[in-house]
Design a protein. Structure first.
Length: 171
């Protein structure tokens, strides 16, 4: 049973700033975060949601994050493609290649998935379930309830444009 007023911290895409800026804050306050990684971008630079270039962690940095005891690293596809735009075989490839690479790199079983940009369709949800994931998150705003579908959990997005009153309201 999850306690009332629980907040789950998640971070998408695997930016190096997650390791250099987010992890120290989690460690300082003994918080735990889940980091969803698009594995096809290891060690590269990509545009974030505001189209600002961001460096992405390489496999050694991903290991450092996972082994910190304050982070759980989970898959977010390989190329960050919106799954509903892909055919079934490509969806499976995107989901499973990221899962398999992280499981091999981190020597663990991945059970949680984040849909890129929160985009999913019923076929994507079925593929996620069929391949051993127990939980998946979207970017649909909302609060997880007792009857929430564990494979389409809502999350309240916070980014650099979010002001404090809005942040408090989302909590």
């Amino acid at each position: 049973m999850i306690q009332e007023k629980t907040v789950v911290l998640t971070f998408d895409d695997g930016y190096t700033s997650h390791l250099s800026s987010v992890l120290p804050v989690l460690e300082e306050y003994s918080f735990h975060g889940t980091f969803f990684i698009s594995t096809g971008f290891f060690g590269k630079t990509i545009g974030n949601s505001e189209q600002k270039p961001q460096a992405v962690m390489n496999s050694e940095e991903i290991k450092k994050l996972e082994y910190s005891h304050y982070a759980d690293v989970e898959p977010h596809t390989c190329s960050h493609a919106e799954l509903p735009t892909l055919d079934r075989d490509k969806k499976i490839e995107e989901i499973m290649s990221s899962k398999e690479l992280l499981e091999t790199t981190l020597n663990k079983t991945c059970k949680v998935f984040a849909y890129p940009r929160g985009a999913y369709d019923q076929e994507s949800v079925s593929i996620v379930k069929e391949n051993g994931f127990t939980t998946a998150v979207t970017v649909n705003n909302g609060i997880v309830q007792e009857n929430s579908n564990l494979l389409t959990l809502p999350r309240n997005t916070i980014n650099s444009d979010t002001r404090m009153p809005e942040f408090k309201a989302r909590l």
